[in-house]
Write a protein that binds this ligand. Structure first.
Ligand code: ATP
Ligand code: MG
Length: 400
């Protein structure tokens, strides 16, 4: 026997009363997008569950893909049978036989479809009895069985499962609006993007690059990181902002110890403009408190002055080691540590102030032609949409 279905359970969703159907639809859509490479799948919603009909597809890559999708509490390989006691009995026996070296089992029936004539006690007894009659040397253990066979009776069919895979938790991406992630090529910002998605936000990414001082491979690295984020259940649009002219201008006009602060302020202004154009209501960054000069409270305070969009900083309380372990878990770490320089490292002098003041930043910004540089950068921004089936690595080059 091969399992022919996957039964998907939601966690937190169930609590969300009237939003429930919006969440379920979004989750179904995200699952469809993530599994687009498996055309034979049928992905359907039934009340309180999503059911995938495998139609002959190998379940292994599908199980792998589902583990990343936010909004799933757990899921199980399942055998679909008719709503008759006889089919359930045979199905349970088949599922039991999938396991090796079983000494004890238990049947756990659940009636999501209440009109079914037998109640759960009767189902447990009738199905368990059938399994006992048709096997040797196996007994029932209701407390600690080797195999717990779950029989879930729904309106149109019954699903027989044993065991389950944990889901990623969180909320389906797309149910909490959109956030613009400032994505560098570093370790932190992809993790920040992942955590923002976990709470249901769809992200778009903005990346500042400085050709020809930063090269194609640095850009490719960022696209690879954004593409990795698509596996959590949504496409990611990347805005690539040409930042060379701005950086040169800052370099010429601003004392070296304030350049970093002002560069960040310009990044935020450009990000805000793009967010407004895209109807995005918040920004997200990979900042963590106290890591580097730009991330002291003084710096944040001065940099943050230029926008009143909320800035989500999911890493703000984390230690670097915690961030690294998450980066490894979500598969961005190896890409992040590739050695291509980003725009900030190339232009920046080593003597940045750790306590830049708002008054100073405002004073020196008067020497910049801020509006025209910001507008020009926004106008020349390149937009790339990545999905889970976008080509990876060098192949993406052909899109440009
Ligand atoms: P990361 O590991 O994400 O690069 P970091 O520890 O290097 O972060 P900073 O260089 O101070 O820290 O950057 C702080 C945040 O600013 C980043 O997490 C990212 O959100 C944003 N950022 C930095 N550089 C860029 C860039 N070139 N394009 C877009 N966002 C950037
Ligand atoms: Mg960085």
């Amino acid at each position: 026997m091969k399992y022919d279905h996957i039964l998907i359970r939601f966690g937190e969703l169930a609590l969300k009363g009237k939003n429930r159907s919006i969440f379920e639809k979004q989750l179904q859509q995200n699952i469809k997008m993530s599994l687009k490479l498996f055309p034979n799948l049928q992905i359907k919603r039934t009340y309180g569950r999503i059911v995938i009909e495998l139609n002959g597809e190998n379940h292994e890559p599908i199980v792998e893909g589902l583990q990343h999708i936010f909004g799933i509490h757990s899921f199980s390989l399942a055998l679909k049978v008719e709503n008759s006691l006889e089919s359930m009995q045979k199905g349970a026996l088949q599922v039991l036989k999938e396991h090796d070296e079983v000494n004890t089992f238990k049947i756990t029936a659940r009636r999501a479809y209440k009109p079914f004539p037998l109640d759960t006690m009767q189902l447990n007894r009738e199905i368990g009895g059938y399994v006992l009659t048709n096997t040797n040397d196996i007994t029932v253990d209701v407390h600690n069985p080797d195999v717990d066979i779950r029989v879930e009776v729904r309106e149109t069919a019954t699903y027989v499962t044993s065991g389950s895979y944990p889901g990623a938790g969180g909320l389906p991406v797309g149910t909490s609006g959109k956030v613009l992630l400032l994505l560098s090529g570093g370790i932190d910002s992809p993790v920040a993007g992942y955590l923002t998605m976990k709470r249901g936000a769809k992200i778009e990414a903005i990346h500042f690059h400085s050709p020809p001082y930063t090269n194609e491979r640095a850009k490719q690295k960022v696209l690879d990181l954004a593409k990795t984020l698509t596996k959590f259940g949504s496409s990611v649009t990347v805005h690539l902002v040409p930042f060379t002219d701005v950086q040169k201008h800052i370099h010429q006009q601003i004392p070296s110890n304030l350049q970093m602060t002002i560069m960040r302020r310009v990044m935020l202004r450009i990000s805000e403009k793009i967010a407004n154009e895209r109807k995005i209501l918040a920004l997200a960054t990979g900042e963590s408190l106290g890591q580097v000069a730009s991330q002291t409270l003084h710096s944040m305070n001065t940099i943050n002055e230029v926008t009143n969009l909320p800035i989500i900083r999911p890493l703000v309380t984390m230690d670097k080691l915690e961030v690294i372990s998450l980066a490894k878990k979500i598969d961005t770490y190896e890409t992040s540590i590739l050695p291509f320089e980003d725009c900030c490292t190339i232009f920046l002098p080593p003597d940045s102030k750790t306590r830049p003041k708002r008054e100073q930043a405002n004073k020196y910004e008067q020497y910049l032609e801020m509006e025209s540089y910001v507008n020009d950068a926004v106008e020349r921004t390149e937009k790339i949409v990545l999905t889970s089936s976008s080509p990876v690595n060098d192949e993406v080059d052909s899109l440009f």
